[in-house]
Design a binder for this molecule. Structure first.
Ligand SMILES: [Zn+2]
Length: 383
C-alpha cells in the first residue's frame, strides 16, 4: 500500500511538474523560435514617426557638421559634445545630397507615367541623357522593338548605358528599371486598377533618382573600378500577370553581353529596385544570398551598411524576388544582387505597390541618401 501510495504521489508530482513546465512555455517572457525571429525584425528599422521631415533629414545626414568617425585615433578637440551625442557616429558623414535626390524623384514623377514606349518615357530619356552628359558621362542606347502585349503595336524599347571611367577595364554595373507599369493593377479600387494612373515613385523612380544623384560623385570616384549605370526598359510592360513577359530589357542586355562580349568584364552587378520607401527595410533578397557567386557581394554591401551605421540594411534574408537580376545572373553570368524593399507593398496608409498610391510622399530624401551612401562607399572600397 505504502509503496503504491508513494508511487501515486510520485506520479502526481511528476504530472504537476510536466504541466507546470508546459504552462511556462506559454508565458509571455518565453517565446518559441518563430516568435523571437519575428520579434527580432522590427526594431532594426526606425518607426515612421521618428523619421525627421525631409529638409531636416538632409541637414542631419547630408550637411552635418559632426566629424565623428569610428577611428579611435582621430583626435577630437575637447568640448565638442555633438560627437558624443550622436547615436550612430558616422551617420553625419553621409556625403549624398538627399534633398537633391528627392528632387530628382519628384522631377521624374512630374513627367507622369513612364511606361515603355510612352510620352513620359520619351521625356524621361531626354532628361536622363542631358543629366548624365552634363556631368561628363558617355552614354549609349541599346534599342530594339517589340510588340505591345495588349495592342500588338510596335513599341520601341531602349536600355540606357551610362559609362564612367571607360579606361578602367574592371567594371561594376549599377542598374535599375526605369519604366513604370502601364496601370496600377493592384489598386484596391477596381476601376483604377484597369484605367488609373501609375506614377511609380518607388517602383521605377527611386532607383533612377539614386543613380542620378550618384552621378555627381562618379567623376572623382576612388578605387580601381570603372562604373556603368544601366537603365533597363520593359521590366514590366505587363497588363496581365499570367500572359505578359517581364524583364524584356534586362534579358536583351544579358543576351547581347554574351553574344557580343565587350573588351571588359563586369565583376559585379547591383540592381536597385524600390529603394526609396520612407520606412526603408532592406532585407537580403533570397536568390542573391543563395547564389554562391553573389553571396560575397551581398555580404560586402550589407557589411558596408553596417560599418556606416545604416541600419535600414538588415542582414537577414526575407523575400525571394523575381527581378532583373536573374537575367544578368543566369544569362550574362554577371554576379548580380537585388537591393529591394519588398515590404513596400503594404504600408500603414494602405497598399502602395502597383497602386495609384505609389507617389513621392511614400518615399523620403533620407532613404534615398542612405542607399546612395552605401553604394558610393561600397564602390570605393570593394576590391
Ligand atoms: Zn513593379
Amino acid at each position: 500500500m505504502i509503496r503504491r501510495r508513494l508511487l501515486i504521489k510520485c506520479a502526481v508530482i511528476a504530472a504537476i511538474c510536466v504541466l507546470a513546465a508546459g504552462c511556462l512555455r506559454w508565458l509571455p517572457w518565453t517565446s518559441s523560435p518563430s516568435l523571437s525571429a519575428r520579434a527580432a525584425a522590427p526594431p532594426t528599422t526606425e518607426p515612421a514617426a521618428s523619421n525627421p521631415p525631409v529638409q531636416s533629414a538632409e541637414i542631419a545626414d547630408g550637411n552635418s557638421e559632426t566629424t565623428a568617425t569610428d577611428d579611435p585615433a582621430a583626435s577630437k578637440p575637447p568640448g565638442s559634445p555633438k560627437v558624443l551625442l550622436t547615436a550612430s557616429p558616422r551617420r553625419g558623414n553621409n556625403p549624398i545630397d538627399g534633398a537633391r535626390s528627392y528632387e530628382y524623384l519628384k522631377q521624374l514623377c512630374a513627367l507622369g507615367p513612364r511606361a515603355s514606349g510612352s510620352r513620359g518615357m520619351a521625356a524621361q530619356q531626354k532628361l536622363l541623357a542631358d543629366h548624365f552628359e552634363k556631368l561628363g558621362a558617355k552614354i549609349h542606347w541599346q534599342k530594339f522593338t517589340i510588340r505591345d502585349p495588349r495592342s500588338g503595336q510596335p513599341v520601341e524599347i531602349a536600355n540606357l548605358l551610362v559609362e564612367w571611367h571607360p579606361e578602367r577595364k574592371d567594371r561594376i554595373l549599377l542598374m535599375t528599371h526605369y519604366d513604370t507599369r502601364p496601370f496600377p493593377d493592384r489598386d484596391p479600387n477596381p476601376r483604377k486598377a484597369v484605367s488609373g494612373t501609375f506614377i511609380g515613385a518607388n517602383d521605377g523612380g527611386s532607383g533612377t533618382a539614386v543613380l542620378m544623384e550618384l552621378a555627381h560623385y562618379m567623376p572623382d570616384l576612388k578605387g580601381p573600378y570603372g562604373v556603368d549605370f544601366l537603365f533597363l526598359d520593359a521590366e514590366e510592360l505587363v497588363y496581365e500577370e499570367k500572359r505578359d513577359r517581364y524583364f524584356i530589357g534586362s534579358e536583351y542586355f544579358a543576351r547581347d553581353y554574351v553574344a557580343n562580349p565587350p573588351a571588359y568584364r563586369y565583376k559585379w552587378g547591383v540592381l536597385l529596385d524600390m529603394v526609396g520607401d520612407r520606412q526603408l527595410q532592406l532585407y537580403q533578397e533570397k536568390n542573391s544570398a543563395w547564389w554562391d557567386d553573389t553571396r560575397p557581394l551581398v555580404e560586402e554591401i550589407w557589411g558596408t551598411a553596417h560599418r556606416l551605421g545604416v541600419r535600414e540594411f538588415i542582414p537577414q534574408r526575407r523575400y525571394e524576388v523575381s527581378d532583373d537580376h536573374q537575367m544578368l545572373h543566369n544569362i550574362a553570368r554577371i554576379p548580380t544582387c537585388d537591393i529591394i524593399d519588398f515590404d513596400y507593398p503594404v504600408g500603414p496608409g494602405g497598399r502602395f505597390w502597383h497602386t495609384e498610391a505609389d507617389t513621392p510622399d511614400k518615399c523620403s530624401a533620407d532613404s534615398l541618401a542612405k542607399v546612395g551612401w552605401v553604394m558610393l562607399e561600397w564602390l570605393q572600397t570593394t576590391r
